[in-house]
Design a protein. Sequence first.
Length: 697
Amino acid sequence: MNSQSKIQNPKSKIIRLFCLLVPLVLGPGSLALGASSARSQHTEVELVSELSAIAPGQPFTVALRMKMDPHWHTYWKNPGDSGLATTLAWTLPRDFTAGPIQWPAPQRIDAGGLVSYAYEGEAWLLVEITPPRTLRPGTRVPIKARADWLECEEICIPGGADLELTLPVASAPRPDKTREADFTLARASLPQPAFSPFRLEDRGSEWALVMEQASARLVPGAFFFAAQEQVVEYGAPQKLSAGNSSPTLLIPKSANAAKPAFVSGVLRIEGPAGVQYFEIPPLVPVPGEAEASAAIPSQNFATILLFGLLGGLILNLMPCVFPVLGLKIMGLVHQAGESRARVIRHGLAYTAGVLGSFWLLAGVLLLLRSGGAQLGWGFQLQEPGFVYALASLMLLFGLNMSGVFEIGTSLVGTGSGASTSGLGGSFLSGVLATVVATPCAAPFLAPALGAALALPPLPSLTLFTAIAFGLASPFLLLCAFPALVRHLPRPGAWMETLKQGLAFLLYAAAAYLLWVLAGQADEARLLAALFSLVLLASAAWIYGRTASPALPAHTRRWGLAAALLLTFASLAYGWPRQASPQDIAWEPWSAERVETALAGGRPVYVDFTARWCATCQVNKRVVFGSSEVLKTFRERKVAALKADWTNQDPAITAELARFGRSAVPFNLVYLPGEAAPRVLPEVLTPGIVLDALDGKK
């Protein structure tokens, strides 16, 4: 294979250079200009729309139809040993966007020892285009594209054309009945979603594409088209291995292959249902059976394990973990006189909580990555709901350590005695230590985590176990050797002072998590999360004030009920939700935008606001939390403009002064045909806004 590639590669490079130089030599004489269709020497091209009329804000599909003469071909996005991929450069009206090309499944074409991925006959390259919501029905818009391709048979000729469509704009999209069958066939030629979780193993000289949940009986033949160049040896045969395990396609690597960050492509399957093509999502290569042992010798793996152990150990000093460990150690100080066996049981329960949590997180992560998901350690922190829940937990434990309320020692101490609840509390403390450790990456931990995610499952879990033991080891050692506790100061007032001081580390961790949330949620949802934490703190304070055994039973019951009610209310109010497609799409205010919208016959709503204006925020939640208001804005195509005065803006200041105002909130409704806007009161309700849009006085 290697000797063959040394012969092929220079030829491939020469052909590619030729393909790049010919268009420069031929110049613009090979181009067609300004029509919806054109023809080069051997290829007919046409720009086709699926709709005969488009609608504001609603995506539509266009296609570059390419029909080649017999025996001629054009190329896929990865052309293979030689050739050039077809390209489209769009010239679109303002605020239009074009998506990537949706490539049909390619063919494998062998020409004189050079293998290309290409199309013969006819190919439809689909592209989704999204128009802005501000389009005016009754107008027409031009859709222009510059197409460049290379058409080859025994020789290669570059082709190019400037293509243009003009589409009318209507209030609702209108399909082009004459093209429905064509676009149905075009979509049928696209690769289907993957039928099985896949894993890509790096086995040194070849890739192993493992179909983890497929049956060997259903996959008698397969071929992989890599989307990235210089990843596979295009002309080398690919072998399907089944045996007693999952079907595995062995794909020889390119002789010039650098290690890619990921590999994706199209898998051709020849099975009982005929030939089918499946889209393979980006897969991060992991060391295979041979590669893993070669890439990580035993002494290197031992070094990585040591790094994992040290990283887990240092995690105990991180601001989010240290308070939990500190409370556990203070619990040991209190238990200095108890039996060693009882203390060791608490240490083992804590360690079990840490190990179980690490195994669960690592197992979920490895399972998702095997299915093609691009995830890393701390992946759960990419979910706004988890970040908000963790910030709430940090706040509650900080308040507990500050003495606002007490929840006993079962969750944060070692428990009293050897009761099940005490051991359960130690186990939960281990779980908590793992959960709060995920935002932190101690020194030595980053390389260990990187290796853990690249290793096969068993060595990976071994490395995660080393990290978990590092995290659990300080408390486990103190439990195993109680004599060490004697070196700590005797119980006294210092313990309460230390506990309250450690609370500020948890407040800092909560603040950091809110900063993370600020990058995941919009300002309205972030504000809701902040106020919900105030409600949560109020619930903790009420519980702390009414939970004392010295108070009457009915007082404790009412206090608990009020605390629970406030807790549920805070979570319901502050939990980050995904933005609804029905939410208002605000645009920045300008006088020109107001005039443009009115000229198009649209009502205009202008909100002069600022983040520091509390009334403004309340108005927005009250008015735009109403489904009736959202429906009216959507149906009447109201242009929603935001004049954000959070920072000084001379244009907004001048506009406020024009209406005799010098403060916010200030809201205006412009109606087409009316000379002056309607000025709304400072405090709004849905009814006030709807009446103004209806033209009521």
